[in-house]
Design a binder for this molecule. Structure first.
Ligand code: PMV
Length: 354
């Protein structure tokens, strides 16, 4: 890469807002350098995001000053440093940058919302913003989106999907997606536009199994082959249901994926049961409510006990009432976080000297 570091004068500063995402087709199992064993599909969220302010200046070596909520945090600083050190291969100008960062998450710690997806996509996008300033080459937005998604993937696989508005897919598929980076998915029926995700917080405890330990369980899992095949079939069926506006099939596939993820964990060695009694109670209530009212509602789960309640915009009022009456009381401290489909990464320049 040809670049001119002198273009990076003192005071080059910008903000990146990057959302988390919730997978409908789950990425669970990987090989090589964070390459997925099956394609995955997610909804980009909006309210659940990371907001980071960057101040970049020229230096004779890589220097990082990371703050979380305006305070030093050694554990986070080490993680962020690791990410930037990994990124030098693709963004060589890092070795001549001083990067000051102040980062915050809009959602509570341990809410089970994927903070690594929001944060890694944030850092990767920031690197592309710096590259746009220092590069001598002329690239279009698509190049930067691919590069940011690729870099985010190396930080955390699911982060590759957080860059794009609305919905995103990652992993080789008939949709033309790649193993290396995610792309946006916009071929869905307009009834899914703005789909809502209310997250019922059943427990706010730390994750019982980290993502990397979880993915590793799939290396020796007795059902791995069947799972990867099922995931591909589910992926294709879900794309079809999305394109036709077929909510019934959508709900069937999305719920099956969530339960399959947890089934795999239950059958792993060692075995993990991440659902709690109230996870099952909320699932039963969602299915009853759907049966009684015909509302377009279903659930998905991440690798934890919290329930993501998905519903179409057209049913928002009645589902919100259902959540207040039937679900909130089953949640830890009565917490439900309301979110919906969002627009992906946003960058705002605070000062640009070059
Ligand atoms: O991106 P990772 O390594 O944290 O893995 C994410 C795994 C799941 O959240 C369970 C599923 C997914 O596709 O987001």
């Amino acid at each position: 890469m040809n670049y001119k570091i002198n273009k990076l004068n003192d005071g080059h500063s910008f903000k990146v807002k990057s959302p988390s995402n919730i997978a409908l087709i789950k990425y669970w199992g990987k090989y090589g350098e964070q390459l997925p064993s099956n394609p995955s599909l997610s909804i980009t969220l909006d309210n659940a995001h990371t907001l980071t302010t960057y101040k970049i200046s020229k230096s004779d070596k890589f220097e990082l000053n990371f703050k979380f909520e305006s305070m030093s945090n050694e554990k986070f600083q080490a993680r962020v440093e690791k990410f930037f050190n990994r990124a030098v291969e693709f963004f060589p100008f890092i070795n001549e940058c001083r990067i000051e960062m102040d980062s915050m998450n809009s959602f509570p710690h341990s809410s089970g919302i994927a903070s690594s997806a929001a944060s890694m996509s944030n850092f990767a996008s920031a690197l592309c913003e710096i590259e746009k300033v220092v590069t001598e080459e002329d690239h279009d937005e698509e190049y930067y989106q691919k590069k940011a998604s690729f870099m985010a993937r190396l930080g955390s696989g699911s982060a590759s999907r957080s860059l794009f508005p609305k919905m995103s897919i990652w992993g080789k598929s008939v949709q033309g997606s790649s193993q290396e980076y995610a792309i946006g998915l916009d071929s869905y029926d307009k009834s899914f536009e703005g789909i809502c995700d209310s997250i019922a917080i059943v427990s706010a405890s730390e994750k019982a199994v980290s993502s990397s330990a979880g993915h590793a369980l799939m290396n020796t899992h007795p059902f791995a082959k069947t799972r990867f095949l099922n995931a591909c079939n589910n992926f294709n069926s879900l794309c079809f249901a999305l394109s036709r506006g077929d909510f019934k099939s959508f709900a069937e596939i999305v719920e099956a994926e969530a339960l399959e993820l947890h089934g795999l964990m239950m059958n792993s060695k060692p075995s993990f049961i991440l659902m709690e009694p109230n996870t099952l109670a909320i699932i039963a209530k969602i299915r009853d409510f759907r049966g009684q009212t015909g509302a377009k509602i279903c659930f998905t789960l991440d690798a934890g006990p919290n329930v993501h309640i998905l519903y179409l915009k057209e049913d928002e009022a009645k589902v919100r009432q259902f959540i207040e009456e039937e679900v909130r009381g089953l949640c830890h401290n009565n917490v439900v976080i309301h979110d919906h489909m969002g627009n992906g990464i946003e960058v705002e320049y605070l000062s640009r000297d070059s």
